[in-house]
Design a protein around this ligand. Structure first.
Ligand SMILES: Cc1ncc(COP(=O)(O)O)c(C=O)c1O
Length: 449
């Protein structure tokens, strides 16, 4: 990885802190926001962004922050990536919307062809395009229910799938996602996940034991023949970058195959080169029946997809799927540009390189600080889990404090986890190496106090 600015040298690739963070202009905007925007929508760090590219976000006060979040795994090819921006501008001058359900256009078809080509498995596939990760997951469940004629959907502890009624129900964590928003959708069942760090008999037993428990519970509590789909994130995102222990996903996929249950991979956060493979399922050779994608697909334009086995996708009657904006032409052009950037730029390799830089440095940090209980992740999806020294008790307060220190020094990090005790790192895959290392320096200093 070079240190050159892969976003076209438009912005200096540097950390520059010229005011307090947030600075006076951002604080002014924050006041205006408080009077206009409902407080239910939060912001991790209320610096108001005026420009972004490569590995930096520039705010209204002229601070240049190192971006270790990519807008939650979205701007993998860099913010305002020149190829994406050019394609969107060109499309905006031609037409901005027809509604694919009214009068179609080629770019929608081309995005689906690409999704069919790059998602795991050599079988014949079809795709649909929608607007958000939640909408993709929700459609995958609809399709699975239709195709199987069954209703039950199995999800896992610590899972996150979105904020609509169904996807909120599929999500594990109550606060802030579910509290007060019930009643929830029926026929959703939650199973234990193979969480190596917290598995009672140790990480080495975790994969097979967790799979056996989940399969036993599905069989005894729901009945396999009632289950339409098992829905799983191949690495959990909001749940705290939990990589299911080896063997867990293949065992669940095998069980599904044996019982006519569809295996849905929620690759919304893990997809498009983020984990060092194009899709995280590839790591253990798992081939899902249906895949939900979003986030990294279109450089920040709202786009998401469901891709699945043709025999499943072809079952749903005409008009049964869709939506006014799904597969908007600007978003489709952006997605085509993103895919070219990922493939030509070999961004899976870049993601792996990011992991190779981050993991050893974070492991060395963990060796010095007992508060770091676990270092995990793959590629450019890396996290540390913070605990009270000598225990596995989660330490959300320290997690928030470390994030605050990083933010004050101009490094944007995100937190996650059921217990709020995970610091997660999702740098743009094009981040220059010097910025990534500087970001890690700041994280190390934050632990030093
Ligand atoms: C794994 C996963 N699924 C679904 C979603 C929901 O996506 P969206 O916020 O685009 O609706 C997210 C968002 O964080 C996610 O990480």
């Amino acid at each position: 990885m070079t240190s050159q600015n892969l976003s076209g040298d438009r912005l200096p690739q540097e950390r520059r802190v010229v005011t307090e963070i947030p600075g006076p202009r951002s604080r002014e905007l924050q006041e205006r926001r408080a009077a206009a925007v409902a407080p239910g929508v939060g912001s991790v760090l209320p610096v108001y962004v005026t420009d972004a590219g490569g590995g930096v976000l520039v705010d209204a006060d002229g601070n240049s922050l190192i971006d270790l979040g990519s807008g939650i795994a979205v701007t993998s090819v860099g913010n305002a990536n020149p190829r994406v921006a050019a394609r969107v501008k060109e499309q905006a001058d031609r037409f901005t919307h027809t509604c694919f359900m009214v009068a179609p256009y080629e770019s929608y078809v081309a995005v689906c062809e690409n999704l069919n080509r790059i998602t795991p498995g050599e079988h014949e596939k079809r795709s649909i395009l929608v607007n958000s990760g939640a909408e993709a997951v929700e459609n995958a469940v609809k399709i699975a229910r239709y195709a199987t004629g069954r209703q039950a959907v199995v999800v896992f502890d610590h899972g996150y799938h979105g904020r609509t009624l169904l996807t909120m129900t599929l999500t594990a964590k109550n606060m802030p996602y579910k509290q007060g928003f019930g009643p929830y959708a029926p026929e959703v069942y939650r199973m234990p996940l193979a969480y190596p760090f917290r598995w009672p008999t140790g990480p080495e037993n975790c994969g097979p034991e967790a799979a056996a428990q989940a399969i036993d519970q599905i069989t005894k509590q729901i009945g396999a023949s009632n289950v339409a789909a098992v829905l799983v994130e191949p690495i959990q995102g909001e749940g705290g970058f939990i990589e299911p222990a080896a063997g867990f996903l293949p065992a669940i996929a095998e069980f599904c195959r044996a019982h006519g249950i569809l295996f849905i991979a929620d690759e919304v956060q893990t997809g498009f080169a983020r984990t060092g493979d194009m899709f995280a399922c590839e790591h253990e050779g798992v081939v899902p029946d249906l895949v939900a994608t979003a986030k990294g697909i279109a450089g920040g334009l709202p786009l998401a997809g469901v891709t699945g086995r043709a025999d499943i996708m072809d079952k749903v009657h005409g008009g049964g799927l869709g939506g006014t904006y799904g597969g908007n032409p600007l978003a489709c052009e952006a997605a085509l540009a993103v895919l070219e950037e990922i493939e030509e730029g070999k961004l899976t390799e870049r993601a792996r390189r990011i992991g190779e830089i981050m993991l050893p440095r974070l492991r060395a940090l963990a060796a010095k600080h007992e508060a770091i209980g676990d270092v995990r992740g793959r590629g450019a999806m890396i996290a540390i889990e913070l605990v009270r020294p000598g225990t596995k008790d989660p330490d959300p307060e320290l997690t928030a404090e470390i994030a605050r220190r990083c933010h004050a020094q101009g490094v944007l990090v995100l937190t996650a986890g059921t217990y709020g005790n995970v610091l997660r790192f999702l740098p743009p895959l094009v981040i220059p190496e010097h910025l990534l290392n500087e970001g890690l320096d700041v994280i190390e200093e934050a632990f030093a106090g």
